[in-house]
Write a protein that binds this ligand. Structure first.
Ligand code: HEM
Length: 437
């Protein structure tokens, strides 16, 4: 195509772009993105400030972005694009967070067996089952609990005691620092995280903690040891290893914890749902608490967690920048333009989900859900590494609570809020009583 034909094409394309407000995207991203989601077709072109966007809301374009054309796209955490510079796009830098295949792929390959091999996954699930029993016990003994105060520490313990192999560090303090940093994350903000004194101090403490972890000896099978080995093979500094250990740690907590909170809120809110699950527990488990071997035998409990991930997908958007000109869903993305998927809207789209705003876990047992329209864990070569672990946490916790407890919710269901991960807008206070039979 020569410059003469390109100019009119550019003009036509830019005329068809919806103009979004960067300020509104920062303040209320779901509302601003809803304008794109409401447009006809599977791709909506938009402009926000200097950023050119293709907003993808159908299976074909999504498959292109995450799978078929993934090699020509770069993972980004923000949709602000100053200029196409590979190193500026990569939000956290190198190794697992990088888009350079010589760095990302070895890190991913080395970590994968720790999360997903059958032997490792079942070992991890056994630890999860023990921790789940502890949560049930705490709920029963406390009588009334703020659920987030249980799910947060539970998610931390799971990561610390499984893939971090019980190495010594103050995991709960690190988690509260991560929460301080992520509270300032915004979709449409250079670098994603606002530089505030609170966030800066938290980052300083986190780097000191994770540098300490990267410098210390750790068990061979632990995430820190695996990441260190890959970093050493690639001749990368310890600080790079430390940042990547932190990435794995944070990825497993700020996602799982809110998903569990929403799942338990719905459970406590809906007595019939509890009975439906309790029936499954009676049939499958009898009187024994759920263990690692039961995870695949509890489809109702899994469906409840799946439904929480549908309505409240913790990772609520995925963004990629075109590294070169590329076509996505029949739409050209020029180098530097952004392809954006918003799972929050996608999962609430009535083209793919019947009565989408209802919390109806049975849809996962009865309805056909089109491929690439349900994406809580992403897809393709950046798909979540911790997915199996997260399913173990969700299925076992939902099941164990329904087996042993009668729950009721104080007040209204929480509403989701778009922070770095989706968070409930209020405390979820639940009353729990041990079942007698
Ligand atoms: C409900 C819980 C979770 C959700 C919803 C979730 C969601 C996601 C999503 C959507 C991605 C891909 C992002 C993209 O393509 O840009 C991702 C990546 C990742 N997740 Fe999870 N995640 C969860 C739990 C976990 C757990 C428990 C871990 C374990 C520590 C974990 C570790 C990771 C890692 C390391 C990546 C990066 C993979 C790569 O880039 O190759 N996640 N997660």
């Amino acid at each position: 195509m020569n410059a003469g034909t390109l100019r009119p094409l550019r003009a036509t394309l830019s005329r068809r772009r919806t103009v979004l407000s960067p300020a509104r995207l920062r303040a209320d991203p779901w509302r601003e993105l809803a304008r794109l989601h409401a447009l006809p077709g599977d791709v909506a072109r938009a402009r926000a400030g200097r950023t050119q966007l293709a907003y993808l809301k159908g299976p074909g374009p999504i498959e292109d972005l995450l799978v078929r054309r993934a090699d020509r796209l770069i993972k980004v955490n923000t949709i602000t694009t100053p200029r196409l510079r590979r190193e500026r796009f990569s939000s956290l830098g190198r190794l697992l967070s990088s888009d350079d295949r010589t760095e990302h792929l070895p890190a991913r390959k080395a970590l994968m067996p720790r999360f997903s091999s059958a032997a490792s996954a079942s070992g991890l699930a056994e630890v999860v089952a023990v921790l789940v029993a502890g949560v049930v016990d705490t709920l029963a003994r406390a009588g009334t609990s703020d659920v987030a105060e249980l799910t947060g520490p539970f998610a931390v313990e799971v990561i610390a005691r499984t893939v971090f192999s019980d190495i010594e560090f103050d995991a709960q303090a690190a988690n509260s620092d991560i929460a301080d940093v992520l509270a300032y994350e915004r979709l449409f903000q250079p670098g994603n995280v606002a530089s505030t004194p609170i966030a800066e101090r938290a980052v300083g403490r986190l780097m000191a903690t994770f540098l300490g972890i990267a410098e210390a000896d750790s068990p061979e099978a632990s995430v820190p040891a695996i990441v260190k080995r890959v970093a050493a093979d690639l001749d990368l500094e310890t600080a790079v290893a430390a940042r990547n250990i932190l990435v794995v740690y944070a990825a497993g907590i700020e996602t799982t914890a809110p998903a569990l909170t929403f799942a338990l809120a719905h459970l406590a809110h809906d007595h019939e749902l509890q009975e439906w699950l309790h029936e499954e527990c009676r049939e499958v488990l009898g009187d024994s608490p759920p263990g690692a071997a039961d995870i695949d035998r509890l489809p109702r409990a899994r469906a409840v967690f799946a439904e929480a991930l549908r309505l409240y997908p913790p990772s609520w958007y995925i963004a990629r920048a075109a590294a070169e000109d590329v076509e996505v869903g029949g739409t050209p993305l020029r180098a530097g333009e952004i392809g954006l998927i918003c799972q929050y809207h996608l999962h609430r789209d009535e083209r793919f989900f019947r009565r989408p705003l209802e919390f109806r876990p049975a849809r996962f047992l009865e309805d056909e859900i089109p491929r690439r329209t349900y994406l809580p864990f992403g897809a393709g070569r950046r798909q979540c590494l911790g997915e199996k672990l997260a399913w173990a946490e969700g299925t076992l916790l939902v099941s164990a609570c329904s087996q042993a407890l009668e729950l009721s919710l104080d007040g209204e269901l929480p509403q989701p809020q778009p922070f770095a991960s989706i968070q409930p807008d209020r405390a979820v206070v639940v009353r729990a009583r041990r079942r007698t039979a």
